[in-house]
Write a protein that binds this ligand. Structure first.
Ligand SMILES: [Zn+2]
Length: 161
């Protein structure tokens, strides 16, 4: 893409909202995945520590999660979002433990990468179940972004339930 194209403002919104972790080491891979696999560019972003998991209390952050779910609902209405993508991240089972989401490490202090990953799956599932509350009429899907043993980043849809 040329610089001229990159700096071109699009009048029409994409209708998609991506909720992902602030972790800058994942951003270029996230953009590439969304563009190449899902055809999404210029989507709205709600990036904060924990990504999709920030909308879930994980047994601890009740006020923060509630506020962020409210903020998400507001954005869905404000920008007429019809599709929300929740992104969670961490290492693969054989990946580097330090690729674990720092926000989840704080919330689940002392937990192993495997325990944190299980919690992320549970949080994604619970958020999907109550999506009407924070995503209104928008369709919601969840994706797992993982760092493998060679530090390669891959994405895949998280299975509901
Ligand atoms: Zn993170």
């Amino acid at each position: 893409m040329t610089d001229t194209l990159r700096r071109q403002w699009a009048r029409v919104r994409s209708g998609a909202l991506v909720i992902a972790c602030s972790d800058g080491r994942l951003q270029e891979a996230t953009d590439a995945f969304l563009a190449d696999e899902l055809g999404l560019t210029e989507y709205d972003r709600l990036y904060m520590p924990g990504g999709g998991g920030a909308l879930a209390a994980s047994g601890r952050d009740f006020l923060r999660a509630q506020q962020l779910r409210r903020e998400c609902h507001y954005l869905v209405e404000l920008h007429h979002v019809d599709r929300v993508l929740l992104l969670f991240h961490g290492p693969s089972t054989d990946g580097p433990a330090d690729a674990t989401c720092a926000d989840y490490r704080r919330k689940l202090s002392g937990a192993s990468a495997a325990v944190i990953r299980a919690r992320q799956v549970r949080d994604a599932s619970e958020l999907m179940e109550r999506r009407d509350e924070w995503a209104g009429p928008a369709a919601v899907s969840a994706y797992w972004c993982e760092v493998g043993p060679t530090l390669r980043i891959t994405f895949r849809a998280m299975e509901p339930g």
